[in-house]
Structure formats: structure tokens, C-alpha cells
Write a protein that binds this ligand. Structure first.
Ligand SMILES: Nc1ncnc2c1ncn2[C@@H]1O[C@H](COP(=O)(O)OP(=O)(O)OP(=O)(O)O)[C@@H](O)[C@H]1O
Length: 254
């Protein structure tokens, strides 16, 4: 079963002076449930636009995006907002965490809004997520009192609090040093192995090496793809995967 599927997806931006710029061109993509996919490609190739269009945060110009078989362009704004709240999680480079709330409250806020389960169950899930991401001791701290890597862990917990089917990330490790980025990738890998589908955009081969499949976008098209297979930390072969990926990327002149 594909959790996400696009058919002839096109997206055009108008540049203000009446000219249209095609940014996504005839994208046919299938993301199986449970896959960990990374999207790479040169700057301006359309990666972020693809992510926003797939997640219903931006509209498409033509074609179709099916989420669990449902055409998202047929949904009303309210239905789309509910779908995003209940079924999708988002992690961005800019985390948009709320400065007037502590870490725990930043994580649970959207779960209180979603009202999927009791407050008690929500608090227990937040505690579990903080434990899994190693930030339990920081729960009562303000968002300005922690490091970039710790904030990104908060953002991951927040994205996962409503048990989404899919987690979208746009350069989720972009602001982090290489050690913190590696730790975040280990966390994402574990989340994926526990069943959450992940789709993330990254420039970094080290980050993409943790993905199962890497898609390469060029000038608005899906130009190529590379299968790495599931990454298991125990195998400890991340370096080899990164080398394999980098040599593939070199053939694409990336
Ligand atoms: N809101 C917008 N209005 C007009 N043009 C846009 C808009 N957003 C993006 N674009 C254009 O669409 C193209 C693709 O942008 P996008 O951000 O998707 O690329 P990207 O591959 O994610 O780039 P980067 O790696 O630099 O983040 C670029 O030419 C960009 O200028």
C-alpha cells in the first residue's frame, strides 16, 4: 500500500510580472507505507515545493496527490487542516517552537488541540517521546535555554505527539553540527523502524545515507533514484552507505 502517490504532479509559480515558472513537472511518485525516503538535488530544483505540495501546505497546479488513496485537492481547508494535524508530522530547520511555553508544553500543545485521546495519555506519550529522544531532564526548561540539537529533538517530539502516519522534514538537521545531526538521524531511523513513514529533504549525503531510498530532483523533475535499503544501526555501516550514495551523486554531478 502506498501512503503517498502523485500522478502527473505539476506546480507553477507566477513571478509577479505575469510569467509562469514551472517548478514541479510531471512528477509520478509512490511512497510505500513505512519507507524512509530522502529527497536531494541542487538548490532551486523544487525539493521544498514538492514537500509542501505533498503535505497539502501548498496547492498543486495540475495532477494528483493521493494520501492513503484520498485525493488531497478534493479536501476542504478544514479537512486538510485536520488531516495535517492527525496524520502528518512536520520538522523544519526553523522549528517555530513557542518561546513562552516550556519544552513539555511545546510538545503536547497540538495533541490537546487534536483531542484524539485523554490528557493523561497525551502526557504519557510526551514523556515517552522525551525519553526516546533523550530530553526528559529538560521538560520544564524554556525553549531558549537549550541547544540547537536539543531544540530539534523537541521539534521531533512535537511532530510525533499525534502519532502521525508520515513525518515530513525540510532540512531538519540543517542548522546542526555534524555530531548533533548524526544523533537526530539515529532518532529518525528508530522512529522509522517503529513504523512511521519518513520523507525528508536534505543537502547532506551523511543525512540521506540513513534513508532507504534517495530521490534526486533536477529542474522540477524526478531525475533519478537510488536504493540503499533499510539502515540498521547495529550493522554500523553508515559510512559505507554514505560513500555509496556520494559516488552515485557524483555520477549526477551533484
Ligand atoms: N512562493 C514562491 N513564489 C515564487 N517562486 C517560488 C516560491 N517558492 C519557491 N519558488 C521558486 O521555485 C523554485 C524551487 O524552489 P524550492 O524552494 O522548492 O527549491 P529547493 O530545491 O527546495 O531549493 P533549496 O535547496 O535552495 O532549498 C525556485 O526557483 C524558487 O525560486
Amino acid at each position: 500500500m502506498h501512503i503517498l502517490e502523485t500522478k502527473g504532479l505539476n506546480k507553477t509559480f507566477s513571478n509577479g510580472q505575469g510569467t509562469q515558472q514551472p517548478v514541479l513537472k510531471e512528477i509520478n511518485l509512490q511512497i510505500p507505507q513505512g519507507e524512509f525516503t530522502a529527497v536531494m538535488g541542487p538548490s532551486g530544483s523544487g525539493k521544498s515545493t514538492l514537500l509542501y505540495t505533498l503535505s497539502g501546505m501548498d496547492t498543486m497546479t495540475a495532477g494528483s496527490v493521493l494520501f492513503k488513496g484520498q485525493e488531497i485537492s478534493a479536501l476542504s481547508e478544514t479537512e486538510l487542516a485536520a488531516l495535517r494535524l492527525h496524520s502528518m508530522g512536520f520538522i523544519f530547520q526553523q522549528m517555530h517552537l513557542l518561546k513562552n511555553l516550556n519544552i513539555r508544553d511545546n510538545i503536547i500543545l497540538s495533541a490537546y488541540r487534536a483531542k484524539k485521546t485523554s490528557r493523561r495519555a497525551i502526557n504519557a506519550r510526551a514523556a515517552d517521546l522525551m525519553k526516546r529522544t533523550g530530553i526528559s531532564a529538560l521538560a520544564d526548561r524554556g525553549i531558549t535555554e537549550v541547544s540547537g540539537g536539543q531544540s530539534q529533538r523537541v521539534a521531533i517530539c512535537r511532530a510525533l505527539i499525534n502519532q502521525p502516519d508520515i513525518l515530513f522534514g525540510d532540512e531538519p538537521t540543517g542548522a546542526l553540527n555534524s555530531k548533533a545531526a548524526g544523533e537526530i538521524m539515529e532518532i529518525l531511523g528508530e522512529i522509522n523502524r517503529s513504523g512511521t513513514t519518513i520523507l525528508l529533504v536534505t543537502h547532506d549525503a551523511k543525512v540521506a545515507a540513513g534513508a532507504e531510498r534517495v530521490l534526486y530532483m533536477l529542474d522540477g523533475r524526478m531525475a533519478s533514484e537510488h536504493w540503499l535499503g533499510k539502515y540498521h544501526k547495529e550493522k554500523g555501516d553508515l559510512k559505507q552507505r554514505e560513500e555509496k550514495l556520494s559516488s552515485w551523486l557524483r555520477t549526477l554531478e551533484f
